[in-house]
Ligand binder design. Structure first.
Ligand code: CIR
Length: 257
């Protein structure tokens, strides 16, 4: 059984953290409707969607990806780089603990799950404003015993590694070359986002399907031309909060350990 942990949109979403995106008005009701559709799409792709209640005092709590890294054998609770996000993990840990043994990143380490791209037994981890060297070293220690390798990756000009690059197949990445270098992914087939679709690299892979924001038709076409099946979702209000498709779920197989 494939689980997708999600969380309802906070009524305070408009007070979210923003780093590389200018603040514009967010229609929270619309964000909520888009998020429900996102959940429906995950369910249609075979996920059992578990939904945590909204956290009114935590504007960014819908972005559950950032608070945990779920592997087949273990889950690592992160310590998010933004202080305002540190309380988001507790309820996710309570739920995740039913499925995986838990480890945790401790101060002064910081890691955001959005910086961690797992491909096979390698965790590519963005060195970002949110994930520091101490946190990346702690993550390495936490997962080494389970046979995972941690590979730090330089990024520039974006929030997280997965803003810049995601995997659409085990051998294929979708990359924004302004924000990360193809050379960081030797041996991979690299598909670049369309130059006019700056934020187009963040796609959520569910099995062999790529879940892609609806506003990137040219990058979607590039994926389809490469033989990748794509489903699109309108997440425009969540994009105003500097999120996209990977950030709103933690997807994993229930019984892998
Ligand atoms: C933040 O800045 O933390 C949120 N406003 C957006 C987080 C998006 N997370 C993700 O893409 N993994």
């Amino acid at each position: 059984m494939r689980i997708a942990i999600t969380r309802e949109v906070s009524p305070s979403l408009a007070d979210c953290q923003l780093t590389h995106v200018a603040r514009t008005p967010i229609d929270v009701m619309r964000a909520d409707a888009q998020h429900r559709n996102y959940q429906r799409v995950l369910a249609s792709l075979g996920c059992t969607v578990l939904t945590l209640p909204a956290e009114p005092a935590l504007p960014d709590a819908v972005f559950v990806e950032d608070v945990a890294i779920v592997l087949d054998e273990v889950a690592v609770m992160t310590r998010p780089g933004a202080e305002s996000r540190r309380a988001e993990g507790a309820s996710v840990a309570e739920l995740l603990g039913r499925y995986r043994p838990l480890r945790a990143i401790e101060a002064p380490g910081t890691v955001d799950g959005g910086d961690v791209l797992r491909i096979g037994r390698t965790l590519y981890v963005g060195r970002s404003g949110r994930s520091n060297a101490d946190g990346i070293a702690q993550l390495q220690d936490a997962v080494a015993a389970f046979g995972y390798r941690v590979q730090p990756v330089a990024i520039r000009g974006c929030l997280h590694l997965k803003s810049a690059v995601t995997a659409v197949r085990d051998d294929t990445v979708l990359l924004q070359p302004r924000w990360a270098d193809a050379a960081s992914f030797p041996g991979f087939r690299v598909i670049e986002v369309d130059p006019d679709e700056e934020h187009g690299a963040n796609v959520l892979r569910i099995g062999e399907v790529a879940v892609m924001p609806a506003c990137f038709p040219r990058t979607t076409q590039r994926l389809r031309d490469a033989g990748i099946e794509v489903v699109t979702v309108d997440v425009s209000e969540l994009q105003k909060a500097e999120g996209a498709t990977t950030c709103c779920s933690l997807v994993f197989e229930a019984n892998r350990a």
